[in-house]
Design a binder for this molecule. Structure first.
Ligand SMILES: C[S@@+](CC[C@H](N)C(=O)[O-])C[C@H]1O[C@@H](n2cnc3c(N)ncnc32)[C@H](O)[C@@H]1O
Length: 217
């Protein structure tokens, strides 16, 4: 337990907003090749979970290159990201595929959103909770911007402190700014989230990622 707290503390100290933006600016060109098809089953499940909810205006936080945008069937979607280079790719995808359901793609820090309160029916956060420097600020903003009764669908890999991959992740923790994420456990996310935890289900290869639902009262 002490080791887990220590690793999380080291990782947190090493995530800085400007470094994260630069890292994803650099990833933009190769991102789809590395993180595209392999993570798509989870993206499909996350989008389907959001579209099963009542209401049709969805905010995708950390939308990146927009890999998920063609998956929405019945919603209007707004996407935000801190990396202009990632968003540039998303914009090109929207234009190329004629995705008219995408309302807007904006450079915006998810820890300080420029949207009014209760602006969205649902929010989707894929592979972003362990990327921001302050997950508590992120989740406080998610609560503010979500309408009462709305849900946040979080897709992420969560650190378990068990197995060989956890050792690798702990070894990588000091390089969090360079690799663009840090280890985060589901307990840590739940503890900083001012929303009710609804469910967790394993997704993607070996169930190594989780789809987590939170509801706003
Ligand atoms: C691992 S990528 C995930 C991209 C996409 N959601 C996906 O599933 O492929 C994380 C994304 O979060 C963005 N990001 C990091 N910090 C952010 C912040 N504070 N606000 C908004 N986006 C952020 C990064 O620029 C990057 O595009």
């Amino acid at each position: 337990m002490k080791i887990k707290v220590w690793a999380e503390e080291i990782a947190r100290r090493h995530l800085e907003p400007e470094a994260i933006r630069r890292t994803y600016d650099r990833y933009a060109r190769v991102y789809d090749g590395i993180f595209g098809p392999v993570l798509n089953p989870g993206r499909r499940r996350a989008v389907a979970a959001a579209e099963r909810l009542p209401g049709r205006r969805i905010l995708e936080v950390g939308v990146g290159t927009g890999l998920s945008l063609p998956l929405y069937k019945s919603s209007r979607v707004v996407g935000i990201d801190v990396s202009d280079k990632m968003l540039e790719r998303a914009r090109r995808r929207v234009a190329r595929l004629g995705l008219t359901h995408v309302e807007d793609l904006r450079v915006m820090d998810a820890e300080q959103m420029a949207f009014p309160s209760h602006a969205f029916d649902a929010m989707v956060l894929m592979h972003v909770a362990s990327v921001v420097p302050h997950p508590d600020r992120l989740m406080a903003e998610v609560r503010r911007v979500l309408r009462p009764g709305g849900e946040a669908i979080v897709l992420n890999h969560f650190w378990t402190g068990r197995g060989p991959m956890s050792l690798v992740e702990r070894a990588l923790a000091p390089a969090s700014n360079t690799i663009g994420f840090r280890p985060m456990s589901l307990d840590e996310l739940i503890s900083v989230t001012p929303l009710a935890f609804v469910s967790e289900e394993p997704v993607n290869l070996f169930g190594y990622w989780s789809l987590v639902r939170f509801r706003r009262d």
